[in-house]
Design a protein around this ligand. Structure first.
Ligand SMILES: *[C@@H]1O[C@H](CO)[C@@H](O)[C@H](O)[C@H]1NC(C)=O
Ligand SMILES: *[C@@H]1O[C@H](CO)[C@@H](O)[C@H](O)[C@H]1NC(C)=O
Ligand SMILES: *[C@@H]1O[C@H](CO)[C@@H](O)[C@H](O)[C@H]1NC(C)=O
Ligand SMILES: *[C@@H]1O[C@H](CO)[C@@H](O)[C@H](O)[C@H]1NC(C)=O
Ligand SMILES: *[C@@H]1O[C@H](CO)[C@@H](O)[C@H](O)[C@H]1NC(C)=O
Length: 343
């Protein structure tokens, strides 16, 4: 017998055996009435998954050592496939998926996704693909997406059209990949509020970041400069992290951070020698592990006007070249809320 026939025979035996021991689910699958009546059975369900009768639009297939995508009954809205060993998502995998709202595929070994795999998921809201082996952003992502998680993959290139049409996307996680350049691909994401591109290989701040951003995380890259007036075009930005980069004083134009609205600014583990000027509205400033040599009160308050005190609560300066003796005695007036100054 040739290997192909052997494989075929093994397949039949496997099927027969599976049907024998799994008569209950086989029975349900053979009963059209049962399929029509989700209240009593939960409806058609792949043998390796659970579809609770009380919540017949959800399919739980997580943590089962699955190596392949199961078939997906068309009534499903939520599918949980995380923590398996799936390597491939074919163009046909989601053929029945027009009702899908959440697809959880994180922590698998997906290295390949068909170019049209997600194309007909017109109602998809969340797509979690974190912790896989992807080397690029999947093509033809549904325009309905609001939450896309691609962190902890091996993505090293982002095509110019990767995020095109995702007008409702609010969360995009790309952290822990190998992206060197993201171009202007994020420009059209007009609803984006959270962007995480930490722990990649960016050499500069991405161009055309969406104005609606509320949280911007760019830590652990190789960024050495911030463009002039960078923060002026954001209307809601509150949390900014640039820790573990290569920022120098020269790379930060004056007043870059002196913009109202910022609440938290993380510039720790860079190469700054001065405390940059920040807005009086800032509450948390992380500057530890830089090369700061002086405590310049003018960075926080305009010294001439004691009414302009800083709202800083947390200021971290340890691991720099200053000590408590370098803090001027008149700083109490300016930093009156800073109960937590670490030196
Ligand atoms: C689509 O649904 C039908 C009926 O439930 C099923 O037989 C088929 O395998 C499904 N296809 C996929 C790709 O999930
Ligand atoms: C996915 O990556 C892991 C860890 O790097 C590796 O062990 C595994 O073989 C990869 N799987 C595929 C399908 O590429
Ligand atoms: C974006 O959201 C709005 C409001 O919920 C909706 O009307 C619109 O169709 C969505 N756009 C896409 C491309 O799904
Ligand atoms: C920071 O900005 C405010 C308001 O735009 C301005 O009045 C102030 O002088 C600036 N601070 C410094 C140190 O330039
Ligand atoms: C000081 O504070 C006042 C009132 O809050 C404000 O009008 C003024 O622009 C501030 N001046 C500076 C130099 O920040």
């Amino acid at each position: 017998m040739d290997p192909a026939s052997l494989l075929l025979m093994a397949g039949f035996l496997h099927l027969a055996f599976a049907n024998g021991i799994d008569q209950l689910s086989w029975f349900y699958r053979m009963q059209p009435l049962a399929i029509m009546d989700p209240d009593s059975t939960g409806g058609d369900c792949p043998a390796e998954c659970d579809c609770p009768p009380t919540f017949p639009i959800a399919m739980y297939c997580d943590n089962r050592g699955m190596k392949q995508m199961p078939y997906i009954p068309s009534r499903m809205k939520y599918i949980y496939l995380q923590h398996n060993l799936i390597t491939t998502v074919s163009d046909e995998a989601f053929k029945n998926g027009t009702n899908l709202v959440w697809v959880m595929l994180h922590e698998n070994q997906i290295a390949e996704i068909g170019k049209r795999a997600f194309a007909n998921l017109v109602n998809l809201d969340r797509l979690y693909l974190s912790g896989n082996n992807l080397t690029e952003v999947p093509s033809n992502l549904p325009h309905s997406l609001r939450d896309l998680r691609l962190n902890h993959n091996k993505i090293d290139k982002v095509s110019p059209s990767a995020f095109e049409g995702l007008e409702n996307l609010t969360t995009l996680l790309l952290n822990d990949n190998s992206i060197q350049d993201i171009g202007s691909t994020l420009k059209g994401l007009k609803s984006l509020t959270l962007l995480d591109v930490s722990r990649n290989q960016l050499k500069k701040v991405p161009d055309g970041l969406p104005a609606m951003l509320h949280q911007l995380y760019l830590g652990s890259n190789s960024i050495d400069a911030i463009p002039g007036n960078f923060f002026n075009h954001f209307t809601n930005l509150q949390y900014v992290r640039f820790s573990h980069n290569a920022l120098t004083d020269k790379g930060i134009p004056p007043n870059t951070f002196n913009v109202s609205g910022l609440v938290e600014l993380d510039l720790s583990f860079n190469k700054l020698e001065r405390i940059p000027t920040v807005s009086t509205s800032l509450e948390h400033l992380y500057l530890q592990a830089n090369q700061i040599k002086e405590f310049s009160l003018g960075s926080f308050c305009s010294v001439v006007d004691v009414m302009n005190f800083s709202k800083l609560k947390v200021l971290r300066l340890e691991g720099n070249e200053i000590t408590r003796r370098d803090v001027p005695s008149d700083s109490a007036m300016c930093l009156r809320f800073a109960s937590d100054i670490a030196l």
